[in-house]
Design a binder for this molecule. Structure first.
Ligand code: DQA
Length: 149
């Protein structure tokens, strides 16, 4: 059994009501619930945290190593485009992760094109709304299966 951590960055607590034309109408609780159900069906354990504070996400990533977290799904939200600190935290713990975005960050403002995570992630899933998280979970499960063989 693996433990997967899903991390959500700033403003994602407002999902459902935040710019629904871009981010959809599904709430963060619904997304976490769905990921939990899918993880349980696959025989794994899922933990989730949303924070608007960069340092809380950094500390959660540090703790993940001590807890033996096997895989991280990470939507860094606006920190995608700004955070060397979160990039360095992920490099420090060396836990494989997938970068997740609800919107297609390559089809928006130019500043969203830059990601501090894309080159160190296993991969990036962007543009499928709440389904991006499910696709990322499936990709993580397939990675975990490959690594356990
Ligand atoms: C986002 C895209 C980011 O550019 C933005 O700052 C977010 C959400 C997404 O999921 O589409 O807050 O990460």
């Amino acid at each position: 059994m693996a433990t997967i951590l899903v991390l959500h960055g700033p403003n994602l607590n407002l999902l459902g009501t935040r710019e629904p034309e871009i981010y959809g109408t599904v709430s963060l609780d619904d997304i976490n619930q769905r990921l939990t159900e899918l993880s349980i069906s696959a025989g794994h354990h899922l933990l989730a945290l949303q924070s608007n504070a960069e340092y809380e996400l950094v500390e959660r990533i540090h703790d993940a190593r001590n807890e033996g977290i096997n895989f991280i799904l990470f939507n860094p939200a606006a920190f995608t485009h700004t955070s060397v600190a979160l990039r360095d935290a992920l490099l420090a713990v060396a836990i494989p992760f997938i970068e997740v975005h609800l919107s297609n960050i390559h089809d928006r403002e130019a500043f969203r094109e830059q990601s501090y995570f894309a080159d160190i992630a296993v991969g990036t899933i962007s543009g499928f709304g709440a389904t991006s998280y499910e696709l990322a979970l499936n990709a993580a499960l397939s990675q975990l299966n490959q690594n356990s063989q």
